[in-house]
Design a protein around this ligand. Structure first.
Ligand SMILES: Cc1ncc(C[n+]2csc(CCOP(=O)(O)OP(=O)(O)O)c2C)c(N)n1
Length: 633
């Protein structure tokens, strides 16, 4: 009989025996493997935390005790144990359950997340609120060793250590970020993980000293207090101890009994405690255990072989970016590629293999990556930061203050620009046009297809200041590649087709929708001009003003929020040129876009051929919008 079927809350879990836990862990793994194989999702991170999640829910009383998950991609088990099993099949589906913690979904999800390294800060806030109200519940942050490389985690540890409140940080150490974890902290954790002998040796020294009659204990205490090398030889986790945390571990993260004991000890001890748990990413499913990076976030796959279902489309924008960069790396020996813990998913693996000295993985540290790149740029190098649009949000100040203010020649390769699909609102890249466009010195480009992306990358490499190139999470359009890459004229748009009744203006691959909408309009007797902006900044204002006057009506289309976006730039240009024509802007309104497939989301907001045709028809049939967007009226 299925044990999992009988669990509707953590209270049900507590009724089971220790022996039942093994069976339950197996059932949970099967359920998750079968589900993710159908729908895609974060497989390896979840398989690694089955026992840890069970232990957390056995020791603590959620939701009174508060469990905060870092990144939040590992909450599938937590969701299964907190009454959400019946909706599990809708995970990450349009209008279904989120793949991340959501306060709106359950009282057991205490803090929404999707970006890394926020959990300890959130936990400090929850602990402070508890203390101010003289409450007694536990607050637990669960953070991975990858997420621990993010600056926010250090800021929060630094604060928590001095605050002294009861707070438990569970460090889920599997030695992996998405790819292998990097950095000095990671090496430090690895030393603790791989060499139990090292600590056994230290324990033996300690016992040896203690055996010395009369003075042994005193020496040990003095050594433990001393800030010299000997202390480091005796106290595991000294880094955390020095930050004001009590350190417990390392604990076998697949032995529920050991984790429970450590968590109970942490609760009894009080103050800030760090419990170091060792887990294996992908545990229990061989293909995921052997390739945890491939199965970190994965599309549908065949359970029996671990073969990921291939999409038959053209190479993705990311792939074309990576290949072009790696080719340009030969010619431009000052090119340096930078990733924040995502070498494969940003397409940089090829460049990294070819030019290892000119490839940098900083860990989950977008802010550091941007400022470091600014300095590299000022020293005559050409850094290319390949970072998802949503994660560039972290580095807004560094883009303003370190890159643009000093006009440093840094290339922002803004991957996953536009909606990204089932990861949802934490991951959609729908703000970058708005948060980059208003920064002086910044240039922003968006290719209509993968061939243009290649020319734009060349343009970026030849450009002397900050320049951003935004491209979506999508397969390319399947177009042919030009043999020779050229530098595109700065700020010049491309006229795709002339027309007299309405102008369709697009930025990015939506230009292709405009082109198809124009064909549909022509059949209905409407002549539409189509313009590919190419540069969102500087905008080809003269050409836009000319076509606005020529056709008298404009539709703008973008995969970005309307506020401060491409259409807003067009309105500003028309205002500057004193052209008063009706404009309909298509893009995202002032709300967070939910999760679902990219096409479902585009359809919801009219970013499709029918939506553009409808907007154009509305204008050409004489409905005046007085120079404002349809959505504003
Ligand atoms: C600010 C930010 N940058 C990048 C990412 C992409 N990302 C998601 S999970 C992850 C690795 C997290 O590693 P770890 O915390 O060790 O968790 P694990 O998946 O190994 O359990 C990365 C880089 C993110 N979510 N947030």
């Amino acid at each position: 009989m299925s044990l999992l079927a009988g669990i509707n809350s953590p209270a049900d879990l507590k009724k089971l025996s220790d022996r039942d836990m093994q069976q339950l862990a197996t059932e949970i793994r099967n359920e998750i493997i079968q589900m993710v194989a159908r729908t895609g999702g974060h497989l390896a991170p979840n398989l690694g935390v089955v026992e840890l999640t069970l232990a957390l829910h056995l020791v603590f009383n959620s939701p009174e005790d508060k469990i905060v998950w870092d990144v939040g991609h590992q909450v599938y088990i937590h969701k299964l144990l907190t009454g959400r099993r019946k909706n599990f099949a809708t995970l990450r589906q349009y209008k279904g359950m989120s793949g991340f913690p959501k306060r709106s979904e359950s009282p057991h999800d205490v803090f929404d997340t999707g970006h890394s390294s926020t959990s300890i800060s959130a936990a400090v806030g929850l602990a402070k609120a508890r203390d101010l109200r003289s409450q007694k519940h536990s607050v637990v942050a669960v953070i991975g060793d990858g997420a621990m490389t993010g600056g926010m985690a250090f800021e929060a540890l630094n604060h928590a250590g001095i605050l002294g409140s009861n707070l438990i940080v569970v460090l889920n150490d599997n030695e992996m970020s998405i790819a292998a974890n990097v950095g000095a902290l990671s090496s430090y954790l690895s030393r603790m993980r791989i060499d139990p002998k090292y600590y056994k040796g230290k324990a033996e020294i300690k016992r040896g000293l203690q055996r010395i009659p009369a003075i042994g204990d005193k020496v040990v205490r003095a050594v433990e207090k001393a800030k010299d090398g000997l202390k480091y030889a005796l106290v595991p986790g000294v880094l955390f101890e020095e930050l004001g945390f009590s350190y417990l571990g390392p604990v076998d993260g697949h032995d529920i009994g050991s984790i429970k004991r450590a968590l109970e000890m942490a609760r009894t001890k009080g103050g800030p405690v760090l419990v170091h748990v060792l887990t294996t990413k992908g545990r229990g499913y061989k293909p995921a255990q052997e390739n945890p990076d491939k199965f970190h976030g994965v599309g549908p796959f065949d359970v029996s072989t671990g073969e990921v279902c291939k999409n038959a489309g053209a190479p993705s924008y990311t792939q074309v970016f990576g290949e072009t960069l790696s080719a340009l790396g030969e010619e431009y020996t000052n090119l340096v590629a930078v990733t924040a813990a995502m070498p494969d998913s940003t397409g940089l693996a090829k460049f990294a293999a070819k030019f290892p000295d000119r490839f940098i993985d900083v860990g989950i540290a977008e802010q550091h990556a941007v400022t470091m790149a600014a300095a590299l740029g000022l020293e005559g190098f050409k850094p290319v930061l390949a970072i998802y649009s949503t994660f560039f949000q972290r580095a807004y100040d560094q883009i303003v203050h370190d890159v643009c203010l000093q006009n440093a020649p840094v290339i922002l390769a803004v991957d996953r620009a536009g909606v990204v699909g089932d990861d949802g609102p934490t991951h959609h890249g729908v703000f970058d046009i708005s948060f980059l466009r208003h920064i002086p010195n910044m240039v922003i480009m968006a290719p209509k297809d993968e061939n243009e992306l290649r020319h734009m990358l060349k343009t970026a490499v030849e450009h002397a200041g900050p320049i951003a190139l935004r491209y979506p999470r999508a397969c390319g359009e399947g177009v042919k590649f030009d043999a020779r890459l050229v530098k595109l004229p700065l700020g010049k748009a491309e006229l795709i087709q002339d027309g007299t009744d309405v102008t369709l203006l697009g930025a990015g691959p939506v230009v292709n929708l405009c082109r198809e909408a124009a064909a549909a309009l022509e059949e209905q007797g409407v002549s539409a001009a189509v313009i590919n902006a190419r540069f969102i900044k500087p905008l080809d204002e003269e050409r836009i003003a000319y076509y606005a006057r020529r056709t008298g009506k404009i539709v703008t289309v973008e995969d970005n929020v309307l506020a401060g976006g491409f259409g807003s730039a067009v309105l500003e240009a028309l205002d500057k040129y004193d052209v008063k024509v009706p404009v309909v802007r298509i893009g995202y309104p002032d709300e967070f876009v939910a999760h679902g497939s990219i096409s479902e989301l585009h359809d919801q907001y009219g970013i499709n051929i029918a939506g553009i045709v409808q907007a154009a028809k509305k204008l050409t049939s004489g409905v005046q919008t007085d120079g404002k967007s349809e959505r504003e009226n």
